[in-house]
Design a protein around this ligand. Structure first.
Ligand SMILES: [Zn+2]
Length: 507
């Protein structure tokens, strides 16, 4: 096994990827390095920015140096782990390349790549159904064949998942690839989808691939590297990223931040404290010769990416990845759509999210989108399927969730208990968002007692409350301060006593 999961939050994980150049911590990003010329020396990527893994292109090496090419570490001057791409990307963009699947597999072994990629057939973002089917078929065929050409057992191999927007094809490809002898699975073709900011499709593609793959296989999201979207992809289960964006953006005068991209010439201040930005102001950068400016901007962009990755990993350890993705996804409406899409994949997140929250930090709820989080789904599911009303409690009295926590220490609860006196037949439960119905005896458990919410009463709770009433078999149900199907409304706390009296207590 080359991959071990150390920590989890949502479907995101901290993993250890074992390569022959050492163990790498994931999630991580591989800066894309040109084997021939670079804005930043590859060695610096490790020394200065902490990237222990880079990706370069075996096809370009083959074209440039021929079959006699040296070790890829020597060519790039990088002594960490190197993944090599096979030329499939060139195939997608330029429509034809001058090698074949067997040659490029054997060539990657020869140049001592640590992680190789087979020459797959990328679906791309604009393929017709028929074209997509053909790319999947051919990718699978080549994947099976490539295993026979391998000679070096210490090298890791990546088996790409194609299918593009056609989710059933992604599913099929992931299922077949997951059954073959590969170590990593890149999810192909998201670049064009990401360029269109089509995060709905991207979310569906990632979840589809993940569901079909064995959990111990790392998923690599090909071509994704903007810091603003990394956390969403990690939360869905992506472990590896690669990107040339840091350099491409720099060439174009674009300055990355965790929340978007700015144009250098439109800026007045540099809102960053990386080693590049603390020592300079915007004019310094604008006045530089083009090449030099490009180099500094690329460095800044890499610092931002590296910082975001550290932040993501730390939030997984803390159990606050949800809060992290919520803040990132609110920086762009399209990304926010992607976040909302998670409501379609609640079961997937819930299944992967660890049951125990190590840190027991309070949960934050901003609006109904926050209610997608697994803790809410898990609680609601348990109340619906496993909770039975306590013995002897024949009458349900629903009262609104108070601001104070735990609820059973609140003023309203104490008042209601006082009014009820020694009546043992009344079961007091709280209603409201985000949790729906909370029986008073559970209100001190996590996370019911530790959350902060801006939702107020909201409106989602009604569904849970109606289902609770319909399934738990109370003789009579009252609700304080609201109207609800299956319940009699009590307008004020003062009326509780007279309403319950009318009912005739069991005494
Ligand atoms: Zn900076």
């Amino acid at each position: 096994m080359c991959f071990e999961v150390k920590e989890r939050d949502l479907a995101g994980r901290i993993g250890a990827l074992r390569t022959r150049r050492g163990v790498l911590e994931t999630p991580t990003l591989m800066p894309v390095v040109n084997p021939v010329k670079n804005t930043i020396r590859p060695a610096e990527l490790k020394e200065e920015f902490g990237f222990n893994l880079i990706i370069t292109n075996a096809y370009i090496i083959l074209k440039h140096y021929g079959m006699e090419a040296k070790d890829v570490h020597e060519i790039t001057g990088f002594d960490g782990a190197i993944m090599t791409d096979s030329g499939a990307y060139q195939l997608l963009i330029y429509g034809g390349i001058d090698t074949n699947p067997e040659e490029i597999v054997r060539f990657q072994e020869r140049i001592r790549s640590d992680i190789g990629v087979i020459l797959d057939l990328p679906t791309g973002g604009f393929a017709t159904r028929e074209e997509a089917e053909q790319t999947v078929r051919e990718t699978i065929r080549r994947a099976k064949e490539s295993i026979l050409w391998r000679e070096d057992e210490t090298m890791l191999w990546a088996g790409p998942i194609q299918g593009g927007r056609y989710l059933d094809l992604v599913e099929e490809c992931a299922r077949v690839m997951g059954g073959l002898d590969f170590h990593i699975h890149p999810l192909g073709s998201p670049t064009q989808i990401m360029e269109e900011y089509d995060y709905l499709t991207l979310v569906d593609m990632i979840v589809t691939a993940k569901r079909a793959l064995p959990p111990e296989r790392p998923l690599h999201l090909f071509g994704a590297g903007h810091p603003m979207m990394l956390s969403l992809a990690v939360a869905l289960g992506c472990d590896l990223f690669d990107s040339a964006a840091y350099a491409l953006f720099a060439k174009d005068g674009r300055y990355m931040t965790e929340s978007g991209t700015m144009r250098l010439e439109e800026m007045e201040e540099l809102p960053c404290s990386c080693p590049i930005c603390v020592k300079r102001n915007v004019e310094d950068l604008v006045d530089l010769p083009k090449e030099e400016r490009k180099g500094l901007l690329a460095r800044h962009n890499l610092y931002v990416v590296a910082k975001e990755l550290r932040g993501i990993r730390e939030s997984i350890r803390e159990g606050t990845l949800w809060e992290h993705i919520e803040s990132r996804c609110r920086t762009h409406p399209k990304l926010y759509q992607g976040l909302k899409r998670l409501s379609e994949h609640k079961g997937y997140l819930e299944y992967n999210d660890p049951m125990v929250n190590k840190v027991m930090r309070g949960l934050f709820f901003y609006d109904e989108v926050s209610m997608i989080r697994p803790e809410v789904c898990r609680y609601k599911e348990r109340i619906a399927s496993r909770y039975g009303r306590p013995k002897g409690k024949e009458i349900l009295l629903l009262i609104p969730m108070p601001e104070e926590k735990p609820f059973n220490k609140s003023k309203i609860y104490k008042l209601v208990k006082k009014i009820l006196g020694d009546r043992e037949d009344v079961h007091v439960c709280f209603y409201g968002d985000p949790f729906g119905v909370v029986p008073s005896e559970l209100s001190e458990t996590f996370p019911l007692s530790q959350f902060e919410s801006a939702i107020g009463l909201g409106k989602v709770w009604r569904e849970s409350a109606e289902a609770f009433i319909a399934s738990k078999g109370y003789r009579e149900v009252f609700i304080l301060g609201e109207r609800l199907k299956g319940a009699k409304t009590i307008n004020s706390v003062e009326e509780i006593q007279s309403c319950l009296k009318l009912l005739g207590a069991t005494d």
